[in-house]
Design a protein around this ligand. Structure first.
Ligand SMILES: [Mn+2]
Length: 341
């Protein structure tokens, strides 16, 4: 019964790929890097190395019309003193506001949006802008070694890239202090519309929040127990149980094992294999519900060798291609005709 349902929607997924334009919006919101101490954190180079690996050409080759909006640029905010423990609040808040407006525009034009990061704090603006444009509930699939759901008050480090989900969840609104440059942020995701995949490094405070809100999580333990195919079936059944909501995929490359994707800021052993990482996107593509994708935390400066950087970048590209119809069984254009002798 489930199989039959899936097969039907896979057809819709294929149509989506052929008819929709996918849009690249390259963004870098890099929160933890002090401009004085560390002028180049490296993660801001993520979008350009992913482009250089041929993402646009490869998407076009599989039938996507791609519009590259280029890199969003943001002004440095000086001074940007910590607010409590939270670092670079004004810069990250302002950048995300700009990003949210850009993503809203892209969605109103009817495109599937792709945001290349940059660190994961960009999900604040990305998801916010996506939800604002749709004006209907959104399902969020968060693929990550980390939950990124600390509030500014629970965060042990003060890094905003460990907090984005907390600003977006309705149920946490009363726990979020007012921060400069964040007054525009309105919660837009219900805790029941969020699914995590790949968790294996969750702070105690975050674990408390996940249990308190009864958030659906597939940690690496569940991936081991159920297998990735079952995890994806359950993820999509859960998110679409009542109504088929558009899906926002927020994909942190550190969800995948550091043996495959080492060039990232906070690698954690015991992650998804390359195959599991790609399978997630193949499955989501087939639902026909994928509406926006973040690809974050690719950091070429964190690769110790060129091979490490290339392995990370190639995997990020393959994950994105999977979102837009690439299948490992092979693909061919709908209008292909065999040459006649
Ligand atoms: Mn993350």
């Amino acid at each position: 019964r489930v199989k039959k349902k899936k097969k039907k929607s896979s057809h819709v997924g294929l149509l989506m790929v052929l008819l929709c334009t996918s849009v690249l919006l390259c963004v870098c919101v890099c929160d933890p890097v002090s401009p004085v101490l560390q002028p180049r954190g490296g993660v801001e180079r993520g979008p350009d190395v992913i482009r250089a690996a041929g993402l646009v050409e490869k998407l076009q080759a599989q039938g996507c019309a791609v519009k590259d909006y280029g890199n969003l640029s943001f002004e440095e905010v000086v001074p940007d003193e910590p607010v409590g423990r939270a670092k670079r609040v004004r810069a990250v808040g302002g950048a995300n506001q700009k990003l949210a407006e850009a993503v809203s525009r892209v969605k109103r034009d009817g495109h599937t949006a792709v945001m290349l990061g940059g660190d994961h704090s960009l999900a604040i603006g990305s998801i916010h802008g996506h939800a604002a444009a749709l004006q209907s509930p959104l399902g969020v699939v968060w693929v990550d070694a980390h939950a990124d759901i600390n509030t500014p008050l629970t965060s042990p480090t003060g890094n905003l890239h460990g907090q984005p989900m907390s600003y977006l969840i309705h149920e946490l609104q009363s726990k979020i202090p007012a921060l400069p440059s964040f007054s525009w942020v309105k919660p837009c995701v219900a805790a029941k519309d969020l699914v995590y995949i790949g968790l294996r490094d969750v702070d105690p405070e975050e674990h408390y929040i996940l249990k308190l809100l009864d958030v659906k999580t597939f940690s690496m333990t569940e991936v081991d127990r159920l297998g990735i195919a079952r995890v994806m079936e359950e993820t999509c059944d859960y998110l679409t149980a009542k109504v088929k909501k558009p899906i926002h995929l927020s994909y942190d490359i550190d969800a995948i094992d550091p043996s495959v994707t080492p060039a990232t800021g906070t690698p954690v052993v015991g992650g998804l294999s390359y195959r599991e990482g790609v399978y997630i996107t193949e499955h989501l593509c087939q639902t026909g519900l994928l509406s926006a994708v973040d690809m974050v935390e690719v950091n070429p400066a964190r690769g110790r060798t060129e091979d490490e950087v290339q392995s990370t970048v190639r995997t990020a590209v393959d994950v994105l291609l999977g979102c837009f119809g690439r299948r490992r069984e092979g693909n061919h254009p709908a209008d292909y005709r065999m040459p006649e002798p």
